[in-house]
Design a binder for this molecule. Structure first.
Ligand code: HEM
Length: 215
């Protein structure tokens, strides 16, 4: 039996969970143009809390022998998120946003993985967000520009100005995933954590829909 590369196994084994995230009605509405500018801003706000946790964990893993290969300043999203929120909500943006319960659970999990010094877990969360941002995220960014008339202000999160070719970047990322000398058992744990990460993302979309209905 041919051995398939880990990056391929990871993708295949998590693609159903990806479909759950992609299929959430909040996302579908935003992409189709049925979602409002307020919906979009609510999503940007949740991204702020997610990336605050993820990128503070990245700081912690910067000298980890396994995780360091995945951490790249070209990916860093916090400055873009801060600029987007300033543009969308004004100078006092920070007082206007808060983490939804599902976002807080997601953040807690990222912090927990970091506290455990678990490189595989950190990479699982890193992969789920950044590979997504460089994939479907690119189409989402263009749709938000079209629906809401953004040029670059407000959608900086989706614009990786230091990555010339997302396709090439993702190929290198997959090569790096394949190069890590994880045991089969550890690979299983990483795949399971990506499924967990997808679930958090889906729950945030569900929470965003509920918050919208309650407003
Ligand atoms: C409307 C929402 C979404 C759309 C339309 C979408 C679309 C896509 C597409 C077309 C790909 C394949 C790109 C390629 O092979 O180069 C992809 C990959 C990916 N997406 Fe999404 N996506 C969405 C939401 C999400 C969400 C919410 C996440 C998680 C936060 C996510 C994470 C990923 C990841 C990690 C990959 C890379 C899989 C791999 O090749 O290993 N996506 N997405």
């Amino acid at each position: 039996m041919a051995v398939i590369p880990f990056s391929q196994a990871l993708r295949e084994r998590t693609w159903t969970s990806h479909g759950d995230s992609e299929g959430a009605s909040f996302m579908k509405d935003l992409m189709s143009g049925e979602g409002t500018r307020e919906d979009y801003i609510a999503l940007v706000a949740q991204h702020f809390f997610m990336y605050e946790a993820l990128e503070s964990a990245a700081g912690k893993f910067a000298s980890d022998p396994v995780a360091a290969a995945f951490i790249s300043p070209q990916l860093t999203r916090m400055p873009a998120l801060v600029a987007d929120l300033e543009f969308l909500l004004g100078p006092d943006w920070r007082t206007k946003i808060s983490a939804l319960p599902s976002t807080q659970r997601y953040v807690d999990r990222i912090n927990e993985v970091a506290a455990q010094n678990w490189a595989g877990g950190f990479i699982a969360h890193h992969y789920t967000r950044y590979m997504g941002d460089l994939s479907g995220g690119q189409a989402i960014g263009r749709l938000m520009q079209r629906h809401f008339g953004f040029e670059t202000n407000g959608v900086g999160f989706y614009l990786f100005d230091q990555i010339a070719s997302p396709k090439q970047f993702k190929e290198t990322y997959r090569d790096q995933l394949d190069a890590v000398e994880w045991s089969d058992e550890e690979r299983e744990r990483v795949i399971d954590e990506v499924i967990v990460a997808y679930r958090f993302n889906t729950e945030v979309f569900i929470d965003l829909t509920a918050a919208k209905a309650a407003a």
